[in-house]
Design a protein around this ligand. Sequence first.
Ligand code: PEP
Ligand code: MG
Length: 921
Amino acid sequence: MARKKVVSKVRTKAAGKAVPKKPSSASRRAAKYVYYFGGGRAEGRAGMKELLGGKGAGLAEMTTLGIPVPPGFTITTEACILYYQKNRQYPQGMWDQVVRSLRRLEQEMDLRLGDPERPLLVSVRSGARVSMPGMMDTVLNLGLNERTVEGLIRRTGNPRFAYDSYRRFVQMFGDVVMKVDKKLFEELLEARKQSRGVHLDTELTAEDLLGLLEEFKALVKEKAGRGFPEEPEEQLRMAINAVFESWNNPRAITYRRLHHIPGDWGTAVSVVAMVFGNMGEDSGTGVAFTRDPATGERRFFGEFLMNAQGEDVVAGIRTPVPIAELNRTMPRVYTELERIYKKLERHYRDMLDLEFTIQEGKLYMLQTRVGKRTARAAIKIAVDMVREKLISKSEAIMRIVPKELDQLLHPTFDPKAPVRAMAKGIGSAGAAVGKVVFTAERAEELFRQGEKIILVRNETSPEDVGGMAASEGILTARGGATSHAAVVGRGMGKCVVVGCGDLEVHEEEGYFRVKGTELVLREGEFISLNGNTGEVVQGVVALIEPDLFPEFETLMRWADEVRTLGVRANADTPKDARNAIKFGAEGIGLCRTEHMFFGEDRIPIVREMIMARDKEARERALERLLPFQRQDFLEIFEVMDGKPVTIRLLDPPLHEFLPKRAELYEEQVELRTRHGDEARIREIEYILARVRALEEFNPMLGHRGCRLGITFPEIYEMQVQAIFEAAVEGARRGVRVHPEVMIPLTGTLEEMRLTRESTVRVAEAVLKNAGVRVPYSVGTMIELPRAALIADKIAQEAEFFSFGTNDMTQMTFGYSRDDAAKFLPYYLEKGILPADPFQVLDQEGVGEMVRLGVERGKRTRKDLKLGICGEHGGEPSSVEFFHRVGLTYVSCSPYMLPLARLAAAQAKIREAYKGDVSSSV
Ligand code: PEP
Ligand code: MG
């Protein structure tokens, strides 16, 4: 009999604060909330991060490994979750378990919390299951009060040390637990140093510190409305509460939002016996990485400070010393540290980040966790570790975050550079710095003079393409992730920020204003764009240039060995095709032929074609376009040499190619006022009449795609002729040619039948005429929900499908690709949508359309070739989805190919090992 699942009640989120979900079955067991470690034994272990947090699990594991760790205990994340659920009450039994563990700790240390003779001091540390550096709170030196400080003096014979520890405790506890602004403590400390005429904290004497303590306590009393707690158990209780509370402080909430960390994980709290790095010149504290976190080089890397406590190393007041120095000053400690880091790295099979303290010549490890690293280091470490037989190739592949490859393929903001964004839009790819210009012509002009340019427009159109190519980056006020600027800019490998609604762009006048501020930037002023975050920054931000290295190639090769999903590129020109090959494309998945018309010499002819009065006029224009197309196709075939090339017949949103009405009016008025060229005036009148006639309310839903090709068949006929004449010429030159002709925006079977029939007719005529056979196929884009729904019928006429998820997203959601930026940022901020669906595939809606299309298409044609060529083809979570639904390949901009290759390999590995990659070793 099926058992009913017990559904736990979940309170809803309030004001952005996470109310963690009730823990599952564990809370119904006899609950264990506290795990002890010490004396070489631990109740927890490394695999219990979810319960003990990264820090708690690491301390437990190190204890078991026989590594010197000060003893202590960890209160579980589950207790934190229940604390929130029970209106900030501890779960039943937790406090008793804390007290029991505390007694055990006291025994182990032969000290007692609050004992004036032999006082035990502890640290109370936060620790979630993933590292959230600096986001939550920690209290050190807990247990000190007026009596125990005397005991500490007697035991250490070091009053300065004892008072220093005490004032640090009051300062930290006052700030973290009693919420007294930490600036006020700093001010008192500064004032004391000034009055004593010293610069460093360490120059203050015991008497100074004692005086400071009085002032600190008075400050707490005044600001917190109660005295500083003297009773150590009360201190402990308050500190545990504060650490639980810090899970929901604004910093932590923001960090979680940015890193997609669920609000219902909670934090663990580790209570650990204090060891002191500030007990004199044979004490110290430091942090280290088992390999270089910037380059991945295999060398012990870190720094330390003698006579200091943890926060001094991070605070940057005193300059820490490189770790190698420790080998000189305390060789015995250094040797032990070396032995420990090697043991830990072998044990964890990853690069680790360590914290240690030396107390009177004795080494203690305070923390170990997998270390954060740059993308470059991540790859080098992963590849090296495979060679060192520590991990498998699959593990190495899984350790790299595909999105981070961007850091290696494009310039990025130097993480050390200070950055204050003045505006934010939707970003993609890398970073750029340059002088602002507002027209494509100016961009090209200044580029020729050797300037670095950022082209700023309300939106871009084919006329701007030359200027876009001349720019380092492109910034638009309007448009979304699949707008012209985003798609074309990404294809060129440019940093692009679109839909930046914070800006009011005055192209004509040559300036932009940041809305709601006085800030105005004019042509020639510098700005910096961060494509990873969408941030727009005034002035010059330092960039780090990308550089590829051998381990990157190795990792990519391994990814290619594993993945079963094909990767192709969206490439419109021979130059794009060369880039595609460089980044590992196995073919071209989408050649947007309208993009071939972007050249300055071509746009006027395209306009002529679009605005032609009649068929004859159109044919004349087409005749002039044919040689351009033929030449481009031929070069692309040559570059791709035998790899499939999917060429999509014309799909221009016509408005992108039309002259701007306002500009025409302006010219007309100007000519009229100065009685200028009559013929031109009449021409403008004609153009204006045609523009008005062609203008559409919704061009994206209008006369585009195959609708255009069906109503003006001569357009597609010319293109097919150009493709096959190029194919014939290629074949004659000995190039293996394999064109796949793709019909855009098909929605009915009849559309597919008609366009296929005319394609085959023209193709066959060209081939027959030349007496050459070239293998080819005819297929379609699936971009309309209707096309997905009737995919079984469309497959009768189509030999392949390529899902156009840009339009499919637009059509399924009913969000205009060009206008969604008006409301999408609000939707994302409020959590109405989890992600921008034009960037990250909406799997449950748009993805379902894809799944249906695949299933129904295959019903008719088992061997149907299935691709996707929307912008989602380079987005890792979407790539995984495409792998799962059984597509043949993804196609994306050449610069996104490494991401797609890695994401495809990860999808395969996840499927093979059901998430447990370590079993692949
Ligand atoms: C699409 O719609 O996903 C697509 C690839 O076509 P385009 O972006 O050119 O409309
Ligand atoms: Mg489309």
